[in-house]
Design a protein around this ligand. Structure first.
Ligand SMILES: Cc1cc2nc3c(=O)[nH]c(=O)nc-3n(C[C@H](O)[C@H](O)[C@H](O)COP(=O)(O)O)c2cc1C
Length: 209
C-alpha cells in the first residue's frame, strides 16, 4: 500500500524518475533518415498505448492509427505513384516511379487519422488537437524506446484517394503520417527557440477606481 507521507527515499526515487522522463522529453527530435529495425510488436503496443493517454474532451476518443509495414508498404507506394500520376496527367507513369520509395523509406509508417464527431458539443478543433496530442505521445514513446520518428504531411495527405485507400470513412480525417525507424547517424541537435520568446506571465491589470 502507498504511504500517504512520502519518505526521503521515495522522494529521491520520484525525483530521479522525473529527471529521466524530462531528459527524454527534452532530447526528442525528429530524425531522417530512418532505417531498420523498426519497433517490434511489443514496442508498438507500448507506443500506441502512450498515444491513447492523450487528453480528450468528453472522451470522444477521436484517435485513429493505421499501421503500414512490411510488404503492405508496396501497396502504399503504388498509391503514392497513382496520386503523382493523377497530379500530372500526360506524364508517363515511369516519371513518378520514384514516389514508391517514400513508402519504403522507413520500416514502419503510421497514418494518423481523426474520427470527428460532428454531433458532439466538442468543437472539431478540439477533437483534432486531441489527435495532435496523441501524435506527440507517439513521438515521445518512439524516442524513449530508442527509435526515431518524423511527422510529415505533404500533398498526399490531403488527397481523397489516399484517404479512401487507407480505409478512412466519411467522418474521419487523414492528418498525416509518422515515419518510424532507427536513426542512422548522430545528428547535430537542432537549435531550439528561446523559452522567453514564447512564454509570458500574465499579471492582473490594475483596475481604475
Ligand atoms: C502536422 C505536421 C506536419 C508536418 N509535415 C511536414 C512535412 O510534410 N515535411 C517536413 O519536412 N516536415 C514536416 N513537419 C515538421 C517535422 O515533423 C519536424 O517537426 C521538423 O522537421 C522539426 O524537427 P523537430 O521535431 O526536431 O523540431 C510537420 C510537422 C507537423 C507538426
Amino acid at each position: 500500500m502507498n504511504s500517504p507521507i512520502p519518505n526521503a527515499a521515495l522522494t529521491d526515487h520520484a525525483s530521479s524518475r522525473a529527471q529521466i522522463v524530462l531528459d527524454s522529453l527534452l532530447s526528442r527530435e525528429s530524425h531522417w533518415p530512418l532505417a531498420e529495425p523498426g519497433p517490434n510488436d511489443a514496442e508498438l503496443a507500448q507506443i500506441f498505448d502512450a498515444a491513447l493517454r492523450a487528453p480528450d474532451h468528453a472522451r470522444l476518443r477521436p484517435w485513429r492509427f493505421v499501421l503500414v509495414r512490411g510488404d503492405a508498404r508496396g501497396a502504399l507506394g503504388d498509391v503514392l505513384v497513382d496520386l503523382a500520376c493523377a497530379r500530372a496527367p500526360g506524364e508517363p507513369r515511369s516519371a513518378h516511379a520514384h514516389r514508391r520509395q517514400k513508402a519504403f523509406a522507413t520500416p514502419v509508417v503510421i497514418a494518423l487519422g481523426a474520427a470527428v464527431d460532428s454531433t458532439s458539443h466538442v468543437p472539431e478543433i478540439e477533437q483534432l488537437m486531441s489527435m495532435g496530442a496523441a501524435t506527440m505521445n507517439l513521438l515521445n514513446a518512439i524516442h524513449a524506446l530508442g527509435y526515431g520518428g518524423f511527422w510529415a504531411t505533404g500533398d498526399d495527405t490531403y488527397e481523397p484517394a489516399m484517404h479512401a485507400a487507407l480505409g478512412f470513412g466519411p467522418s474521419e480525417r487523414l492528418l498525416g503520417f509518422l515515419f518510424v525507424g532507427t536513426p542512422q547517424r548522430a545528428q547535430r541537435p537542432a537549435s531550439r527557440p528561446e523559452r522567453e520568446a514564447f512564454v509570458r506571465e500574465w499579471k492582473a491589470p490594475t483596475r481604475g477606481q
